[in-house]
Design a binder for this molecule. Structure first.
Ligand code: F7E
Length: 350
């Protein structure tokens, strides 16, 4: 019998890669999607059509992390062996504007889902999408599973609750439940309001004459950026272990937003030089003197995590996991995908 997986947030970047991975591994896949007024299955529709044409099970269920009855219904209907909780209000900046909603989805709803699993009496293994944001005001670098958490944003504080409630259910009820403390992970499927995708999409549009300039906030923030496709492998590996546990998933390299802009600009045929400081800083194309990047204080956060760099030695050792995509390769593949996409969107004019 095929194993059954349930993915919440299946239409997100990670959900879309994970459902492809699980279908390849022979799973029956169930996904929870929110009902919205607009079509919200863009990232998974092709995979779903392909799966259905091959007679595979890839079922989508309308539900909402705020609605216990929908969680109950979906769990009872799918009876999963593995649950991947990827549903989240995933934007750290937005969490300062919608702190209660963020807490509801990223904290309370995780407890709600765990309680539903327990009450139905499912023996499902549970993966929780935890985050390097937990480290916040970083106590040490690089960060491991033992580094103290000092979260800064409403997003991170809600995710910290989720982290602990998952550990509590593991320890109290003997659930096979794991936290994947994932550092930033990107792909051409990343939402356009995250900095990496915003950079590659905007540069492609500037190149095509569709956008005048790229406006950014903090250029000096450093992140450990890996490939989303690599990271969903780690999620699956966690649930194949004899016991639930918590793992850092990261590349171990740290780069600034500025580094990302420079590499993406080079890939798209610009040669960027920086002038000015603070809000007056600009990124200028050396060849044409054209301003490509400006600072817009609207994109500053009230507080920002400064230096994120993970040490995934435990995952290397215990899961046999390894990142396969370097920083340069990641930027290049995202930049190339957006250059292609914008060329298609603009009917070849680019
Ligand atoms: O920001 C700076 C911003 O929004 C990265 C989520 O997946 O990873 C992600 O959270 C950095 C920050 O990701 C802009 O201030 C500058 O320092 O791409 P981001 P994030 O906040 O690191 C963690 C691990 C998660 O768990 C989250 O769910 O870039 N930055 N200028 C900007 N960021 C944005 N979004 N837009 C700007 O214009």
């Amino acid at each position: 019998m095929a194993k059954v997986a349930l993915i919440t947030g299946v239409n997100g970047q990670d959900g879309s890669f994970l459902c492809e991975l699980l279908l390849e591994k022979g799973y029956d896949v169930h996904g929870m999607v929110r009902r919205t007024s607009q079509f919200s299955r863009g990232r998974i529709e092709d995979t779903r059509q392909r799966a259905l044409s091959q007679g595979r099970v890839f079922e989508l269920h309308y539900g909402n992390m705020s609605d216990p009855s929908s969680l109950h219904r979906i769990l009872a209907a799918s009876r999963p062996d593995e649950i991947y909780n990827l549903a989240s209000q995933s934007h750290v900046g937005v969490s300062f504007e919608e702190p209660e909603h963020t807490t509801e989805i990223n904290a309370t709803a995780v407890l709600r889902l765990l309680e539903c699993v327990r009450h139905i009496g499912l023996k499902a293994r549970f993966y929780q999408a935890s985050s390097s944001e937990l480290y916040g005001h970083v106590a040490e670098a690089p960060q491991t599973e033992l580094t103290p958490f000092q979260p800064l944003s409403p997003y991170a504080i809600a995710k910290l609750y989720a982290y602990w409630i998952v550990r509590s259910y593991r320890e109290t009820y003997g659930m096979h439940a794991s936290n994947g403390i994932l550092f930033n992970h990107e792909s051409p499927r990343r939402g356009e309001n995250f900095v990496t995708r915003k950079i590659t999409y905007s540069l492609a549009r500037i190149k095509a004459g569709l956008q005048p300039v790229l406006k950014l906030g903090n250029l000096d923030a450093r992140r450990d950026w890996g490939s989303a496709q690599d990271y969903v492998q780690a999620m699956w590996l966690m649930l194949q272990q004899p016991q639930g546990d918590d793992y850092v998933i990261a590349t171990g390299e740290t780069h600034s937003v500025r580094d990302f802009v420079e590499r993406a600009a080079t890939r798209s045929g610009f040669d960027i030089a920086w002038t000015g400081t603070g809000v007056d800083e600009k990124g200028v194309d050396r060849r044409t003197n054209r301003v490509l990047v400006e600072i817009d204080p609207r994109f500053y956060r009230p507080v920002d995590v400064d230096r994120v760099q993970g040490d995934a030695s435990k995952a290397f050792r215990q899961l046999g996991w390894r990142p396969t995509v370097t920083f340069d390769a990641l930027v290049n593949l995202m930049m190339d995908a957006d250059l292609d996409r914008v060329a298609r969107e603009s009917g070849g004019r680019a």
